[in-house]
Design a protein around this ligand. Sequence first.
Ligand SMILES: O=C(O)CCC(=O)C(=O)O
Length: 265
Amino acid sequence: MGQRIVRVAKKLSADLIDELIHDEIAVVRIEGYYPAHLCNLLSHNILSSQDIDPYTHEVIEDEKLLQKYFGVDRIGIPFNSTYNTANPEAIHEYYRNASVQIERLRGYCEHFLSPIDKLRLELDELFIPGATVAHFEHKKMLAGIVRISRAEQSYLSASEPHFDALPPEYAQLDAQLAANIYLKVPDAGGELEIWDIPALTPLTQAPEQWRAQLPDPVKIKPSQGDLLIFNCRKPHAIGAFLGEDRITTQMFIGYQQEKSLLLWN
Ligand SMILES: O=C(O)CCC(=O)C(=O)O
């Protein structure tokens, strides 16, 4: 397994998006997508925020959908945190928070173009028939969450791979990608690890000790300002790291044939 599935480019293009969607490559890396001085401004404002909460991923265990914490914190509510909760308010809170978080991220950028807004515009300009913030239940979704990982807990994300796949009751997607822009990166470790096996279908139960059963992963060490877009239905993990916090801003990109790309968290 080599670096064949990682395409490195200076700019995003329609061809790169097509190659990702059709699983010809698993990862696109756009180097220096967002300038270092704006990454620093954003990171500073993010770390001063009062709105940081734990980020959980949905996993299936014994046919039950559970939320698991992998040592990543967040600003903004991910839709997946509303899937399996006894709290009927959770979904309403998600929708209420969506526009608040979009504006909050813009506020952190102090009115420079945010990395998520830049990506939203480029996806819309490049991809025929465009890209739009999703509305799975006739309400606009969030697009642009902040994810913060700290060195002390980074082993949690590293220990087991996970995958992200929207349940089909919200939208029947033909492919799901994740876009991450790296605002702050640790010196040692913190690679994105991705396993180039066929994309998993939504609601698949990942085996226990999954990492031990998978082939060697492809490892990509992002630099500050890089954009990585990858097929997030393939197992992936964040390598453990030392030193500084690791901060990204992230959104999912859903593909349905002949329709606009759907953007959400
Ligand atoms: O932070 C990363 O490198 C990957 C984040 C991730 O797991 C995702 O976007 O699904």
